[in-house]
Design a protein around this ligand. Structure first.
Ligand SMILES: *Cc1c(COP(=O)(O)O)cnc(C)c1O
Length: 395
C-alpha cells in the first residue's frame, strides 16, 4: 500500500480492502475462534505464513482486526502493526519483543506510570536492568549508554508534566550504538507525530484514547519498522495477544473521524489553556504549545499539532484542596483515561513517579482533557471551580 496519499484520505480509506468489506462500507465484525478449511491442502496453505492475512485461527485475527492494523500501519509509515487488549499490553509487548535477560534499558522519567511499574517490576525480575533518564536529556543520553544497553523507551510529551523530548537527538545517539528506540505516541496520535519516519523502531498507541475517541474501548497498538516487526509479531503470538473484533471495529470507526475530532480538541484546548494561564489561581500551564512548557521549541519543530490533554499547576494549596475545584464541576467529570469526546479533570501528583528528576510545583498539578463541548461553557465551569479553590485555600 502506498504511503503517498494525504492523511485525510488515509483516514477514510485505510484498511477497507474489497475482499474484507465485500461490497459494504465498513469491514464487518467477524467473531471467530475456529476458522474452517475446505481441504487439508487449504489448511496447510493458510497456515504456512502466520503473518499472511489469511483466516487461520481467531487468535491470529480476522479481517476486522487486519483492517485496523493496516490503517494504523499506513498512518504510522511502518512495516506492520500488532494489536493488544490495552495500551499497557502494547507497551509491555513491544519492550519484551526487544530485550532479553542481562540487557540494560533506559526509560524516560516522565513515563506513563504503568510503564514504570512494569519496568521496575516484571522486567527487573526477569533480569533486565532498568535506568531512568531526564526527559530533557536530548543527545546527552549517549553518556548513559553501556555495552549492554538495548533499548530506549520514550514518551513525548511526558505523562502529567508534558516535557517534550528531543527525539531526533535521542534517535541519532541510539542509532550510533545500534540501540532500539520505542516511542509511546499516544498524546500526539499518528497525525501529529510520526516517530518511525524520524527513525524510531516502534510507535505505540493506547488506541483506548483518541483513536477510539469515545471512551468505550480498551485497545493498544504497536507499529514496527522493518528491522523490528518480525520480533514484535513473534512475541505477540507467543504471549497470545489478541483483541476483540468488536473493539477493533469501533477503533476503525474512530479512525475515520480522527482528524476532524483532533482539530476541535486542539482548538478548544488552546482556548481554555490560554484562559487558564491568566487566572490568578493558576501558576503555570503545562501545554507543549505554550512557550514556558519545557521542550516547547522542540514541539514546535517536530510536531504537526497539539491535542486536548494538558496540565495546570495551581498557585498554593495542596492536593486535598483540589477537591474544592474538581468535586462540583458541572461539565468536567473526574476519571482516568482521556481522548474521548468529553472533558475530564484529574488531580495528579507527579512526585510519586520520578526517579532521577524532582518535580517542583507551586501547588498541586491538575490534568485536564478538553473535549468537544463549547469552550465558553467549559471556561464558565472552570471559573466557578477556581473561585471555590481560592476560597478554600484562603488566598
Ligand atoms: C492511557 C495511556 C496508556 C495505556 O493505555 P490503556 O489502554 O489504558 O492501557 C499508555 N500510554 C499513555 C501515554 C497513556 O495515556
Amino acid at each position: 500500500m502506498s504511503n503517498s496519499k494525504k492523511t485525510d484520505t488515509q483516514l477514510v480509506h485505510g484498511g477497507r480492502r474489497d475482499d474484507w468489506t465485500h461490497g459494504i462500507v465498513n469491514p464487518p465484525v467477524y467473531r471467530a475462534s475456529t476458522c474452517l478449511f475446505d481441504s487439508y491442502a487449504e489448511l496447510r496453505e493458510r497456515c504456512a505464513d502466520p503473518s499472511a492475512k489469511k483466516l487461520f485461527y481467531g487468535r491470529k485475527g480476522t479481517p476486522t482486526q487486519w483492517a485496523l492494523e493496516e490503517a494504523i500501519t499506513e498512518l504510522e509509515c511502518g512495516e506492520g502493526t500488532m494489536l493488544y487488549p490495552s495500551g499497557v499490553a502494547a507497551i509491555t509487548g513491544a519492550i519484551l519483543s526487544l530485550v532479553r535477560a542481562g540487557d540494560h534499558i533506559l526509560i524516560t522519567d516522565s513515563a506513563y506510570e504503568p510503564t514504570r511499574t512494569f519496568s521496575s517490576g516484571l522486567l527487573s525480575q526477569m533480569g533486565v536492568e532498568v535506568e531512568y533518564y531526564d526527559p530533557l536529556i536530548g543527545g546527552d543520553i549517549e553518556k548513559l549508554f553501556r555495552d549492554n544497553t538495548r533499548l530506549v523507551m520514550t514518551e513525548s510529551p511526558g505523562s502529567l508534566t508534558f516535557e517534550v523530548q528531543d527525539l531526533p537527538a535521542i534517535i541519532a545517539a541510539a542509532k550510533k550504538h545500534d540501540i532500539y528506540v520505542v516511542v509511546d505516541n499516544t498524546w500526539a496520535t499518528p497525525l501529529y507525530l510520526k516517530p518511525l519516519e524520524m527513525g524510531a523502531d516502534i510507535s505505540i498507541h493506547a488506541v483506548t484514547k483518541y483513536i477510539g475517541g469515545h471512551s468505550d474501548i480498551m485497545l493498544g497498538s504497536a507499529t514496527a519498522n522493518k528491522r523490528t516487526f518480525k520480533a514484535l509479531q513473534r512475541t505477540a503470538y507467543q504471549l497470545g495477544q489478541t483483541c476483540s473484533p468488536d473493539d477493533a471495529f469501533l477503533a476503525s470507526r474512530g479512525i475515520r473521524t480522527l482528524a476532524v475530532r483532533l482539530k476541535v480538541h486542539e482548538e478548544n484546548a488552546l482556548k481554555v489553556a490560554a484562559w487558564l494561564k491568566d487566572q490568578p489561581e493558576v501558576a503555570r500551564v503545562l501545554h507543549p504549545a505554550f512557550e514556558d512548557c519545557p521542550g516547547h521549541d522542540i514541539w514546535d519543530r517536530d510536531f504537526a499539532g497539539s491535542t486536548g490533554l494538558f496540565s495546570i499547576v495551581l498557585k498554593g494549596g495542596d492536593y486535598p484542596d483540589t477537591a474544592a475545584l474538581v468535586d462540583d464541576l458541572a461539565l468536567f467529570k473526574m476519571g482516568f483515561s482521556w481522548g474521548g469526546y468529553e472533558s475530564l479533570i484529574l488531580p495528579s501528583d507527579p512526585r510519586g513517579c520520578r526517579s532521577v528528576t524532582e518535580w517542583k510545583g507551586e501547588g498541586p498539578v491538575v490534568r485536564i482533557h478538553i473535549g468537544l463541548e463549547d469552550t465558553d461553557d467549559l471556561i464558565e465551569d472552570l471559573a466557578a471551580g477556581l473561585k471555590r479553590y481560592r476560597k478554600r485555600i484562603g488566598a
